[in-house]
Design a protein around this ligand. Structure first.
Ligand code: TXA
Ligand code: MG
Length: 350
């Protein structure tokens, strides 16, 4: 299949309109279109058409027990997809929609089994990206969309990264530039007694707690493949570059078991070493380390936005081991660390 690539950012308004209309038509007819959102690029299909959605699983090589998020363009579109919206959710949606928050609710009968992997709940998100919303509106249906990467690989935050994984597998890629948040949305289980964060993301635990009073975080990092997790996607090794990843913290660079010691030991054993680090740490590293910057220690949101692109650097600059610099686990730092733990991957392979 020839994948049509269209740059939305560097085009005039008429061309953009035509491109989005064509993309909407492809979706309506059961095809696949990758599109930008504020979190990561999505791989979209008509979310009410089981045959269309099954193509997503094929294109990604995604396990069929991992349910998808339905994307809507307007808040009013939520009620058709779910059986019940709890009263407490309304102020939360007022505050965080459109944006990087996905809510899990009891599903309505119109949602195909393949979207929810047979669960009685459905995940729904209203993205803030204008391109995403224009596309969903144009398609006229909710759009099922996982991240537009091959299963197990880092999510794409640029259209180039989408093309690297998806060229030849899908009908179209819309290029809307780099994603602002750069990590996937927060997934909030709204069917639990206390709302529970199944996947940390751009809407942080602190932000949710300030609005809700009470919010729980599920311990999904420690799930084994054999268990039935609440967010089935969280059990797989994810977001991973080809080389094994080791985490370190910026206060463990010098010293006996510090980063520099470990680097030297690997290098003297003939290994090629890479590092995903802040610019502050990069200055301390030996010259022959392959370096990809995620973002400054002072701006965890920038490090979050830069993580996946930094991991993908090693697709074209192969190394034997990658060291990745962690950040404090607060705010967006929780989401960043969650992805780093998964990329370092103790929990099952896809
Ligand atoms: O930011 C995002 O959420 C991106 C963009 C494209 O919107 N999408 C995304 O989709 O990250 P995906 O498929 O890569 O991740 C969806 C996550 C998985 O962990 C999945 O298990 C969980 O949401 N999920 C989906 N439906 C669920 C449900 N009914 N109950 C619990 N978890 C669910
Ligand atoms: Mg994904």
């Amino acid at each position: 299949m020839n994948t049509e690539y269209i740059n939305i950012e560097q085009n005039n308004l008429d061309n953009v309109k035509t491109a989005i209309e064509r993309a909407g038509k492809i979706l309506r007819k059961g095809g696949l279109v990758a599109f930008p959102t504020e979190t990561v690029y999505g791989l979209g299909a008509n979310g009410l058409d089981a045959a269309a959605v099954s193509k997503i699983f094929l294109a990604k090589g995604r396990p069929s027990d991992n349910p998808l998020i339905l994307h809507i363009a307007d808040r009013d579109d939520l009620s058709a997809l779910v059986r019940k919206i709890p009263d407490w959710l309304e102020p939360l949606l007022d505050r965080f929609w459109p944006g990087p928050l996905t809510v899990v609710l009891p599903r309505a009968a119109c949602v195909p089994d393949i979207v929810t992997a047979g669960l009685d709940t459905v995940a729904v998100r209203l993205p803030s990206s204008p391109v995403a919303r224009a596309l969903i509106r144009c398609a006229g249906v909710p759009i099922a969309a996982p991240s537009a990467n091959l299963s197990g690989r880092p999510s794409p935050t640029t259209a180039t990264a989408v093309m690297a994984d998806m060229a030849g597998r899908i009908e179209m890629v819309l290029d809307g530039g780099s994603c602002e948040v750069g990590l996937e949305s927060t997934v909030l289980d709204c069917t639990a007694e206390i709302p529970t964060i199944l996947r940390p993301g751009g809407v942080t635990q602190e932000m949710l707690a300030a609005c809700l009073g009470k919010v729980r975080t599920s311990g999904e990092e420690r799930l084994e493949t054999a268990e039935v997790p609440k967010a089935p996607g969280m059990k797989y090794r994810h977001y991973a570059p080809a080389a094994p990843l080791r985490l370190f913290s910026c206060d463990a660079i010098e010293g006996e078991a510090g980063l520099l010691q470990q680097l030297r030991a690997l290098q003297s054993a003939g290994k090629k070493v890479g590092a995903v680090v802040s610019p502050e740490t990069a200055m301390l590293l030996p010259k022959d380390v392959e370096i990809a910057i995620h973002g400054s220690r002072k701006t965890p949101a920038a490090a979050a936005a830069g993580l996946y692109q930094a991991l993908r650097w090693f697709d074209t600059h192969p190394v034997d081991v990658i060291f990745a610099e962690g950040v404090p686990e607060q705010g967006i730092g929780r989401a960043l660390m969650n992805r780093l733990y998964k990329a370092a991957g103790s929990a099952g392979e896809e």
